[in-house]
Every structure is written in structure tokens, then in C-alpha cells.
Design a protein around this ligand. Structure first.
Ligand SMILES: Nc1ncnc2c1ncn2[C@@H]1O[C@H](COP(=O)(O)OP(=O)(O)OP(=O)(O)O)[C@@H](O)[C@H]1O
Ligand SMILES: [Mg+2]
Length: 453
């Protein structure tokens, strides 16, 4: 299906090759550029999705410096362009360098018209798919809450709940593993509430030593203890008219739990060393990654406090439980971080995408953000691989299949190998470990071409 409106930019300085290429791509809307400047002009005007690029361009027609410079410029300005680099016969080094820099593919001279057309067609196809993908994921990012990126149904449900409870004055308990976005959600809730113009005051109950936490929360009068040089407001008072976010509430020591409970019942505080009751109007939000039910069971958390702080409780799903979110977030972070670092045009390689989708993300969104950031800073090229993300292990090829038999075969082979390694290659013991008969074990060995000692 060669539609004549499919734009293709051919960057080639040799007049003979120019003619040959125009002829080879008669089904495309071809523009030809003989130098960098013309190429960039056409890029800006026509936005061709696919470009073929000869590395040897004037004034360095015998070298590659101008070609590589142009490759970088194009990807900088139009990062989604599929660039097919045309290099000298068997010039592997430059070919691989091009791909590492973000080129889509390469092609060795002399030009074989059929082959090149095939590659260009495929590049178009990939471009169109990616375009579609971008369109879909940008729809997905339209989460109801600002700054929250998600396409997963579980998270969208969480966002809706937050929208619903925000305008009320209910205390909200945000639960979820570390790095899932508990604080981000608490902030969104505050922003959406009628207190949005007031302060959002956060305090991490796990980070402050027990003996200081009380005065941090409730404030103190001058002379209340050694070092209390002047009257000081606590976080609760500071949040007056706004929201107080008690992070890691599961780590709050028992005596303070009692005092907090009293505040939630009476809505007045007493500063440490003070006698006056001060009324405070504050919305309380709490978060923890701990299992409060378990803490209640072992009597480390007050059940009555639990019901007070959790008038509504919201559980944020772990990243691995959110359908397409890992890749969606990774892409958004990649774009954001590479922009911040002033080095746009980064992309994930296939193996990186597969690794992102398959990794369990124990540190959730925070871990994902950190890995992408590290990769952008450390990587010497634009194509971010699984290795750059420090996600080794399973290869793209291995993950690409949905074929059940293939998946089973692979896991059977792995288990067989593990068992053999475990027992030092002794077939009968390995069979026992695997819970299969010796003949079945030999079948497996033959099938997977394994040779135990
Ligand atoms: N859905 C999301 N979209 C965009 N950024 C997110 C999302 N979820 C989390 N983040 C970002 O991930 C990081 C961690 O989020 P946050 O601090 O809210 O998590 P947390 O659950 O409070 O973590 P911890 O348990 O470690 O305190 C922050 O930089 C936050 O902005
Ligand atoms: Mg947090």
C-alpha cells in the first residue's frame, strides 16, 4: 500500500544516487536534500516521518562528521522520525554507532532498490504504530488529577474516589506500598478541596525521634524544656485552615497516638508546657505503607485512632498491578528527564521496554523514576537499553511471545537446569526434586538438548 502522500526525505549529495533513489521511491512523496541545511529546512516544512541519510555529506563528504551531526539534529527536532542511515560497504562501526545514537536502521551501499524500499516501508509501519500508541497513551494520561499519570483502571478508580472525598472534611487514610504515590495523592486531595488555598503541611512520623515528635506536632511554650527558647507553633497549628498530612502514621509512638486521638475528638491542642486550649481547624490526611490491622492486632496501633483517621481509606495499587502504567510512566519520565537534562531525543530499546513491563517494581513509581533518571544521566547514547536501566535478565525475544507452549517450554527448561545445578548434575536426584519420573526426566533432557555430567 504505497500512498503517494507518504513523505520521505532523502539526504544524499551524489547526483547519480539522487536520481536512482527518486526512481526507487516513485510511490512516495520524495524530497531530496544534498546538504544538512536543506535537509533541516525540509524537515521543518514537511515533517517527513521517514528519512534516509547518507553519512558522507559536504563539507565532509568523505567522512561522517556532518552526517552524524545531522542525525543528532533531526532527532533533536523531531525525535520520532525514523532515520535510515546509508553507509559505505560493510561499515559496521558507523552503522552500529548510528543506531546507538537513535537511528532506526542502517543500509550498506551499493543500494539495492528492493531491499531499501522494504526497510523504508517497514519504518513507515513502525512510525504509524508508534504514532497510534502515542495518541492512545496521551489519552490515557488525561487523569482527573493534576500531575498523576496513569491509564490503569485501578488508579483511575482511586482518582475518582479522591475527587469525591476532596470537597468533604473526612479524614482520609492513604495506603499503599512505598513509592506508589501516597503523598502525591494526598497533595492532589488537598488541592481539590475547599482548603486548596490553605497550607499543606506534611510531617513524617517515622523520621522524627519520639521525644521531638510531640513538640513538632503540638508546638511548645517558652521554657517548656531545655532549649525551648521561644514560643513555637507546632505543625497542627501551622496547618490551621489547611491540611495536615501525617505520613507514616503507623510509626507514631503510642503516647502520641493518644494525644492525636484527643485532638481529633476535641479539635483543640495544648502546646507542650502550655495550659491554654487552642482551637485548630485542620483537615487530617494520613498515609502508611504498613499493615495497620496487623499493628492493631499486636497492639502497636490504637483501633479507636484507626477509625478516626480512616473515615475514608484509599489503597493505591502497586505499580506491577497497573496494566500498562510502567511503560507509560517510563516514557513520560524519559521525556521529562531528558528535557530537564537538556538532552532530548532519548528512546527505549525493545529490550528496555520488555524489561520495564516485566520487572516487579518493588520500589514502585519512585524506583521507576530513579532508574530512568540514572539511565539518562549515565547513558552515552540516546537509545536507552535494559542494561542502562540496570534491568538485566530476560531478553526481549524471550518476552515477546504469548504462545503458551513456548512459555511453558522455557520455564520447564529453566526448572530442569536449576534442579540439575542444585544436585550437581545427578539425573535421578534432579528428577526427584522436580517430582517427575526418571524416564520423563530423560525426555526433558533430550528435548532441551541438555547434557548432565
Ligand atoms: N501516578 C503518578 N504519576 C506521576 N508521578 C508519580 C505518580 N505516582 C508517583 N509519582 C512520583 O513518584 C514519586 C514517589 O511518589 P510519593 O512520594 O507520592 O510516593 P509515596 O507512596 O509517598 O512513597 P513513600 O512510601 O516512599 O513515601 C514522586 O516523585 C511522585 O511525584
Ligand atoms: Mg511518602
Amino acid at each position: 500500500m504505497d500512498l503517494p502522500d507518504r513523505k520521505l526525505l532523502v539526504v544524499e549529495d551524489d547526483p547519480g544516487l539522487q536520481t536512482q533513489l527518486r526512481w526507487c521511491f516513485e510511490n512516495f512523496d520524495v524530497e531530496i536534500a544534498g546538504d544538512s541545511e536543506t535537509a533541516l529546512k525540509i524537515l521543518q516544512q514537511n515533517h517527513p516521518p521517514v528519512v534516509t541519510l547518507d553519512l558522507g555529506l559536504p563539507p565532509d563528504a568523505d567522512g561522517t562528521s556532518v552526517g552524524f551531526g545531522l542525525l543528532e539534529d533531526i532527532l533533536q527536532r523531531a525525535p520520532h522520525t525514523k532515520i535510515i542511515v546509508v553507509t559505505g560497504n560493510n561499515d559496521r562501526e558507523h552503522a552500529t554507532r548510528s543506531v546507538a545514537m537513535g537511528a532506526y536502521d542502517f543500509f550498506y551501499k551499493p543500494i539495492d532498490a528492493d531491499m531499501l524500499e522494504l526497510i523504508v516501508n517497514r519504518a513507515y509501519r513502525v512510525y504509524e504504530l508508534e504514532e497510534e500508541n502515542r495518541r492512545l497513551s496521551s489519552q490515557h494520561t488525561e487523569s482527573p488529577l493534576e500531575g498523576v499519570i496513569t491509564g490503569s483502571s485501578g488508579m483511575l478508580q482511586v482518582c475518582r474516589t479522591i475527587e469525591k472525598v476532596a470537597p468533604t472534611d473526612a479524614t482520609v487514610l492513604v495506603l499503599g506500598e512505598s513509592g506508589t504515590g501516597k503523598e502525591l495523592m494526598a497533595r492532589s486531595l488537598h488541592e481539590l478541596s475547599t482548603r486548596g488555598d490553605g497550607q499543606f503541611v506534611a510531617i513524617n512520623c517515622a523520621a522524627i525521634p519520639e521525644n521531638l515528635l510531640e513538640s513538632e506536632l503540638f508546638g511548645y511554650e517558652k521554657g517548656a524544656f531545655t532549649g525551648a527558647a521561644k514560643q513555637t507553633q507546632g505543625k497542627i497549628e501551622l496547618a490551621n485552615g489547611g491540611t495536615l498530612f501525617l505520613d507514616e502514621i503507623g510509626d507514631m509512638p503510642a503516647p502520641l497516638q493518644a494525644k492525636l486521638l484527643r485532638f481529633l475528638q476535641e479539635r483543640v491542642i495544648e502546646r507542650v508546657g502550655g495550659r491554654k486550649e487552642i482551637p485548630v481547624d485542620v483537615r487530617i490526611l494520613c498515609a502508611t505503607h504498613k499493615d495497620l490491622h496487623e499493628l492493631i492486632r499486636v497492639q502497636q496501633f490504637r483501633e479507636d485512632l484507626y477509625y478516626r483517621i480512616g473515615e475514608v481509606s484509599i489503597t493505591i495499587p502497586a505499580l506491577r498491578e497497573r496494566e500498562s502504567d510502567p511503560l507509560l510512566l517510563a516514557r513520560v519520565f524519559l521525556e521529562r528527564i531528558s528535557k530537564q537534562q537538556g538532552k532530548q531525543g532519548h528512546r527505549f530499546s525493545k529490550d528496555a521496554m520488555a524489561a520495564i513491563e516485566n520487572y516487579a517494581w518493588p520500589g514502585n513509581v519512585r524506583e521507576l523514576e530513579n532508574r530512568v533518571k540514572r539511565a539518562v544521566i549515565m547513558a552515552e547514547h540516546k537509545l536507552i537499553s535494559a542494561g542502562d536501566l540496570e534491568l538485566g535478565g530476560t531478553s526481549a525475544e524471550e518476552l515477546a511471545t504469548f504462545n503458551l507452549r513456548e512459555i511453558r517450554d522455557r520455564s520447564d527448561r529453566k526448572a530442569t537446569l536449576r534442579a540439575l545445578n542444585h544436585v550437581g548434575g545427578k539425573v535421578s536426584q534432579a528428577a526427584e526434586l522436580l517430582g517427575i519420573s526418571r524416564p520423563t526426566m530423560y525426555d526433558l533432557l533430550r528435548k532441551f538438548d541438555l547434557k548432565p555430567k
